[in-house]
Design a protein around this ligand. Sequence first.
Ligand code: ADP
Length: 239
Amino acid sequence: RKDVGHITVGSQEFNDLIGGGIETQSITEVFGEFGSGKSQISHELAVTVQLPEELGGLDGECVFVDTENTFRPERIRQIAEGFELDVEEVLGRIHVARAFNSSHQILMVDKINDLIQSGKNVKLVIVDSLMAHFRAEYVGRESLAVRQQKLNQHLHSLQQIANTYNVAVFITNQVQAKPDSFFGSPTKAIGGHVLGHASTYRIWLKKGLAGKRIARLVDSPHLPEGECVFKITSEGIVS
Ligand code: ADP
């Protein structure tokens, strides 16, 4: 793969864990329980993608597909101020798209295509959260196959955006984590098979002591498994 770019997640150790930041031409999935930091990392990346390359960005714009009303301009403001960026400029380079249901979410990918075709230098597409609508709409065992098919289709078109335009795709996935119930690989236990094929990088977020967070890289094709600790501050993600 040529010209792969990286976007900093704000912490050096976290970047090192995942090979230098989140990658273009790939889908990176973060999964974890409620409050583990998935949306916070999304907001961080929406800002850092805009940084120049020497500061860990791609001088690019961001599309934030918001499925659960988690996008907070106020958080962007705080993080942007931490980087001493012009807040209005930063907000102007984040294209927030609210997805009202799963079909709408799927169609959104066409809109992202159009946006990029129109000349916007989009380098990051965030879907926060990937699964919420699908989970709510396809309930019951008999609808699982359809849900899976739609989801695969959706992920496939996201991967296509990533490849075609050298864009990083970042998706969040909420799971009910009960660490003591895991035997063997945690990813398998909490639905790794659902997204396992599509996401190139999978990061499991856990709450640690004293407000700390733990990021664990799992199922990476070419990086060793490992963990790092990070913190969420008002200015964003730090070591
Ligand atoms: P989820 O994984 O459900 O998306 P979030 O990314 O929303 O979780 O994380 C929420 C947590 O982030 C809060 O519980 C809090 O610990 C932390 N957080 C959110 N905003 C701030 C802030 N301004 N300063 C410090 N920590 C924050």
